[in-house]
Design a binder for this molecule. Structure first.
Ligand code: ZN
Length: 191
């Protein structure tokens, strides 16, 4: 019973009977107990679980997604880091893993490397101030937000949450990740 609870991570031995699998035995590795006793943490954990369910399919190896999922649950469970920030990091990194990595090196339109002040949802990536102004689907972002997005995408998997940003950046990341997710997965997820 314990091994089949929500958010329980473990090693399972299954046997196939007809079209279904049954669990023969299971060794629990992590149960994320702190998430179960905190409604806010539970809300965010449920939200990311729904997304992970949608982007993975049965019998398909999804190591990178699982690693990100577990690291995110660990952050939610074991730290006091801002939950909205954890959520935004998860979404931006997840979308990059599954094939929606935005252009973060140069302006998506003119290839300029400096003055990148906009995030374009339509063209999936940064835009310089000149091109960004002409893109109605682009959002102006602060330099800190730009650096944070780069960090989230480029950092080593174990380090993606190791940064601090001001409240304004947390808000900007929240807006960007929410719209980008909705845009790419063509589905609205409610927290
Ligand atoms: Zn440009």
């Amino acid at each position: 019973m314990a091994g089949t609870q929500f958010l329980c991570f473990g090693e399972y031995i299954l046997y196939k009977g007809g079209n279904t699998y049954s669990i023969n035995s299971c060794e629990t590795i992590e149960v994320f107990y702190n998430i179960r006793t905190d409604l806010d943490k539970l809300k965010y954990a449920s939200y990311i679980t729904k997304i992970v369910n949608d982007v993975t399919t049965e019998n398909q190896s999804a190591y990178k997604v699982m690693q990100l999922f577990l690291n995110t649950l660990y952050m939610i469970s074991e730290t006091d880091k801002d939950l909205s920030l954890i959520n935004s990091v998860f979404i931006i990194r997840l979308l990059s893993i599954i094939g929606f990595r935005p252009m973060i090196e140069e302006c998506k339109n003119c290839k300029a490397k400096d003055d990148l002040m906009y995030f374009s949802f339509r063209d999936s990536g940064f835009k310089c101030s000149t091109c960004g102004k002409q893109d109605k689907g682009a959002m102006q972002i602060s330099p800190t937000t730009k650096d944070a997005i780069r960090y989230i995408i480029l950092a080593n998997a174990k380090k993606i949450f190791s940064f601090e940003v001001p409240k304004e950046t947390i808000k900007e990341l929240e807006i960007i990740s929410k719209i980008y997710l909705q845009d790419k997965l063509e589905k609205e997820y409610k927290l």
